[in-house]
Write a protein that binds this ligand. Structure first.
Ligand code: HDD
Length: 721
């Protein structure tokens, strides 16, 4: 018997070793057909004479064109636009008290993972910066089989029952008559549906908040959303909510910035993830769990099975149990990121499902969708989906079968195969669904415990800082402003009035009508024969009225860091090398990245005569692609910048987007030519995020700049407006 623990330790990189089997590289090799025939001429088709027609006989041409014609597979019906990376997960200490899941037992084990982040509504080629929820799907390649945690960056969902998922997605996708708009919820069909379904209001608050426009995938929280179960060796069950907490903190961009990033770099999040990993700045998250004993199931102000509710961290704290590091980019986007297939029912012993009706429907949808997207029940054989745990069963054949099952037996029980493959006892790791007791009538209905649609929407709104609340108000003004049907706008504002009166009033004011009390019934997602009253939203007093953990700005659990932040250095020939290097060195010491953005590409000469490589020209870059800007000293450089209107565009945007702006020596003269600077007190102040080095003290200047950058954005500026 091999040492099981030793086996588990070897999981590190086991997935990479497994993938190696399928890797191909043409370096130093002859070009061949798919049959291995060496190709002599890949330039010309076979013809009847040099100027004659091509011949059907040309099997090489036909093979090449046929393969090309079939290169595309259907994109995911939701979450089509995504980006992924490899890494590992490591638990901090054994979770055996709560779960027997093998990968949550031994802190020495690194379990390989593949993580795919995505937007929901946009097509595969849509912009990364759409206002949207982000998918956060993690595949753990454990020794006990693949475990998938298929979550989002928002802890709740729009709807309570999977029955409504196709309606929700039809409503948000581009409208069917003209396929407009792409990757946007700001249109009539989405808000029509939402305004008739009050259960969506909590998630709407999240979707209209800055959570829906993250700064990067690396700076997003992740949530399992549903309540799941942990099961321990004693067969005791605990309810569990999963949380991913990013080491870099949870940060967003502002809406105007998101719109501009979509133009300047539609791959902004994809590129950010790729470049961070490529340069060794490996993104990290900690896994947190909220554990609820079975006996406490009914002790909450809401139903644990309702996916439109979260468990406030003030009620049940999040215990951090491990970390996940993404340290390797995929080799091939299609083979890995596109073909990876997640499924909430990819479970391991020790983790189980609950009766959440949204989750229950998902259990069907994910296999079904892979069948149409990947084309065969053998999708588990695609290298990225293949478990590292041994796989033996009597499933056979089908399109593109890779496995060559030997022997005569493909059924169980059998005697001809000695009864193999044999079933595993629970003690041997056999999966065993939790024996939940259910005494019920078959019924197509919804529990009344799911009917409080507004209290947690209010909790979320109340937990935000005034700046965050303003962003929600403006997002709603924008989205509803894009809705042409006035009745839909009014109906939505009516629902908003049930969350917060001021919120509704501010949105209504911008839309040009007064708030009207919502018309009853508010809920239109009602069965034909049901009592409308039964389905009407009912509010229940909540024990928590504000939860700082729900605010990105109040949540101070993460130490501010500037690691991996990009600072644009605006300069050109004649820049003062000393001034440039002082801040560059200080930033790099903290793990940030300095990028030289100049009037031209290639290189620039410092005033000391040194040559510096330019990272971007003003033409190929944009203010919105940086976290902060710096104008180094150097008279010649500054004189040239003064004549370039793009420099002022950079600065105005950075100011508007509440970013830190630093200037050294003559660099301050550029700021003096801007409106915003002249409207300010002209004082350097970390509070307004304008950091100046007028006194030639580069140490102080660097410290102030770094401190201000560590605050992510200078939100005070929004109040100054
Ligand atoms: Fe889903 C993909 C997350 C509800 C049906 N979903 C998908 C992905 C994520 C989620 C992250 C992308 C996985 C990847 O990167 O390949 N979905 C969620 C969450 C939900 C949720 C957090 C609610 C809590 N989903 C949900 C419902 C249904 C689906 C209720 C259907 C009844 N989801 C799908 C799907 C997708 C999918 C159609 C499309 C591509 C895929 O599965 O593989 O089956």
């Amino acid at each position: 018997m091999p040492d099981k623990k030793q086996d588990l330790r070897e999981t590190e990189n086991l997935k990479q070793q497994d993938l190696k089997r399928n890797k191909e590289n043409g370096d130093g090799q002859f070009m061949t057909t798919d049959q291995g025939l060496k190709i002599n001429d890949d330039q010309n088709s076979l013809k009847a004479g040099e100027r004659g027609p091509s011949l059907l006989e040309d099997f090489i041409l036909r093979e090449k064109i046929t393969h090309f014609d079939h290169e595309r597979i259907p994109e995911r019906i939701v979450h089509a636009r995504g980006s992924a990376a490899h890494g590992y997960f490591q638990v901090y200490k054994s979770m055996e008290k709560y779960t027997k899941a093998g990968f949550l037992q031994d802190p020495n084990i690194k379990t390989p993972v593949f993580v795919r982040f995505s937007t929901v509504a946009g097509f595969r080629g849509s912009t990364d910066l759409a206002r949207d929820v982000r998918g956060f799907a993690v595949k753990f390649y454990t020794q006990e089989g693949n475990y998938d945690l298929v979550g989002n960056n928002v802890p709740v969902f729009f709807i309570q029952d999977a029955m409504k998922f196709p309606d929700l997605i039809h409503a948000v996708k581009p409208e069917p008559h003209n396929e407009i708009p792409q990757a946007a919820s700001a249109h009539d069909t989405f808000w029509d549906f939402i305004s008739l379904m009050p259960e969506s209001m909590h998630m709407i608050m999240w979707a209209m908040s800055d959570r829906a426009i993250p700064r990067s995938y690396r700076m997003m929280e992740g949530f399992g959303v549903h309540t799941f179960r942990f099961i321990n060796r004693k067969n005791e069950s605990f309810f569990v909510k999963f949380h991913w907490k990013p080491k870099l903190g949870t940060h967003a961009v502002v809406w105007d910035e998101a719109v501009k990033i979509s133009g300047a770099d539609a791959d902004f999040h994809r590129r950010d993830l790729w470049e961070a990993i490529d340069s060794g700045m490996f993104p990290e998250w900690e896994l947190g769990v909220q554990i609820i004993p079975e006996a406490d199931e009914h002790k909450f102000d809401f139903d644990l099975l309702d996916p439109t509710k979260l468990v406030p961290e003030e009620t049940v704290p999040v215990t951090i149990i491990g970390k996940m590091v993404l340290d390797r980019n995929p080799d091939n986007f299609f083979a890995e990121t596109e073909q990876v297939a997640f499924h909430p029912a990819h479970l391991v012993p020790g983790i189980d499902l609950t009766n959440d009706p949204l989750l229950q429907g998902r259990l069907f949808s994910y296999t079904d969708t892979q069948l149409s997207r990947l084309g065969s029940p053998n999708f588990h054989e695609i290298p990225i989906n293949r478990p590292i745990a041994p796989l033996h069963n009597n499933q056979r054949d089908g399109h593109m079968r890779q496995e060559i099952n030997t022997g005569r037996v493909s059924y169980h029980p059998n005697s001809l195969g000695g009864g193999c493959p044999y079933q595993a006892k629970i003690a041997e790791g056999g999966f065993h669904s939790f024996n939940e007791r259910i005494d019920a009538q078959k019924i197509r209905d919804r529990s009344e415990s799911f009917s409080d649609h507004f209290s947690q929407a209010t909790l979320f709104y109340n937990s935000q800082t005034p700046v965050e609340q303003n962003h929600i108000i403006n997002a709603l003004r924008f989205e509803l402003g894009k809705v042409a049907t006035v009745a839909i706008r009014k109906r939505t504002v009516g629902l908003l009035s049930q969350i917060d009166a001021t919120l509704a009033a501010k949105v209504a004011e911008s839309l040009g009508f007064p708030v009207e009390a919502p018309k009853k019934p508010m809920n239109h997602g009602v069965p034909a024969d049901a009592s409308k009253e039964k389905y009407e939203p009912k509010s229940k007093k909540q024990s928590v009225s504000s939860s700082p953990a729900l605010s990105m700005l109040k949540n101070k659990t993460i130490t501010p860091t500037i690691a991996s932040r990009h600072v644009g250095f605006l300069c050109t020939d004649g820049v003062d090398g000393k001034s440039l290097n002082a801040l560059k060195t200080a930033l790099e010491k903290e793990g940030a990245v300095a990028k030289i953005v100049a009037t031209h590409n290639g290189s620039i000469q410092t005033s000391e005569g040194r040559e510096l490589k330019v990272d971007h020209s003003f033409l190929t870059s944009s203010s919105v692609l940086f976290d902060a800007l710096f104008i180094p000293a150097g008279k010649k450089s500054i004189d040239a910048l003064k004549n370039d209107p793009t420099v002022f565009e950079f600065l105005n945007d950075a100011y508007k987007h509440c970013k830190v702006i630093g200037a050294d020596g003559e660099g301050i003269e550029i700021l003096e030519l801007t409106n915003f600077y002249n409207l300010l007190s002209k004082q350097e102040s970390p509070n307004n995020g304008i950091i100046l080095n007028a006194k030639d003290d580069s140490t102080d200047f660097s410290t102030n700049f770094i401190d201000a950058l560590g605050r992510h954005r200078i939100w005070e500026r929004e109040k100054l407006k």
